[in-house]
Design a protein around this ligand. Structure first.
Ligand SMILES: Nc1ncnc2c1ncn2[C@@H]1O[C@H](COP(=O)(O)OP(=O)(O)O)[C@@H](O)[C@H]1O
Ligand SMILES: [Mg+2]
Length: 241
């Protein structure tokens, strides 16, 4: 499979803290690439650099053969990079349907008519059709997480970046989210999935990228990466993770 995203020597510091340190990896068309690493490893910062929310200090990001390193977030979104946020922030006073509409119209630039049609498909995919008229404000965590998936899908991505969509969920709820993520992949969408719960990663992803302190540790077959010396060492002092 060709690469949909190629990241070369990406760098970003916050003052003296090097959050992303010369990181290179690629994402293959159609795969689910897991990204694991302890808290503070730089995972969310990588997503912020990929979407343009943060500017890189160095390195390049190429998406479908185009250098997008210096493009605005909205340009990258229109190109087909969608994301979820670790802490979902839906518009609380809007319904689930309206939240998705905002993503489709403002994120993807769809006409309202076309957006409404797309949203019905997304609601089916995230199994939220019966709840579409509920206000997003009072939803339980699982619903907020799946709505967050829906909001990312509404921007019509070909690559979707998932930031801890399973964190805080029970095992059963995590299974539900994993099923939705698989369904998203089956629709031809490529996925990068951050999770710091290791179990989720070994079961749900095609390849696994491990990072620590902003640096590349290992990448490849999930089981092999998890058993690798680099990853074991990194997690030995952090068993409570
Ligand atoms: N906007 C920011 N300003 C200053 N420091 C930040 C900022 N964002 C992240 N960091 C720091 O960068 C490091 C990596 O953070 P983050 O990417 O959120 O890690 P992860 O998602 O792997 O838990 C942490 O030490 C964090 O405190
Ligand atoms: Mg994070």
């Amino acid at each position: 499979m060709p690469d949909i995203l190629v990241v070369n020597n990406l760098k970003r510091s916050f003052g003296k803290l090097v959050a992303v340190d010369d990181l290179s990896f690629e994402v293959r068309q159609g795969e689910i690439l897991g990204m694991m690493g302890p808290n503070g490893a730089g995972k969310t910062t990588v997503f912020n650099l990929l979407t343009g929310l943060l500017k890189a200090d160095g390195g390049t990001i190429s998406f479908r053969g185009n250098d997008i390193t210096h493009e605005t977030p909205s340009r990258r979104c229109r190109r087909g990079i969608g994301r979820t946020y670790q802490i979902p922030r839906p518009f609380g006073k809007m319904t689930i349907f309206e939240n998705l509409l905002v993503g489709a119209v403002h994120g993807a630039g769809l006409s309202e008519g076309r957006a409404r049609k797309e949203i019905h498909e997304i609601l089916d995919l995230i199994a939220m059709s019966p709840k579409k008229n509920l206000l997003a404000g009072g939803l339980p965590l699982l619903d907020r997480k799946t709505l967050e998936l829906g909001r990312a899908l509404a921007t019509q991505p070909s690559l979707i970046l998932l930031d801890e969509v399973a964190s805080g969920l029970t095992e059963g709820e995590t299974e539900q989210v994993m099923k939705i993520v698989k369904d998203i992949q089956n629709r031809g969408i490529t996925i990068v999935w951050i999770e710091h719960i290791l179990m989720t990663m070994s079961k749900g992803v095609d390849r696994l990228l491990a990072i620590s302190e902003g640096r590349w540790l290992n990448c490849g077959n999930p089981e092999e990466v998890m058993r690798s010396k680099e990853v074991m060492e990194c997690y030995l002092g952090a068993e409570d993770e």
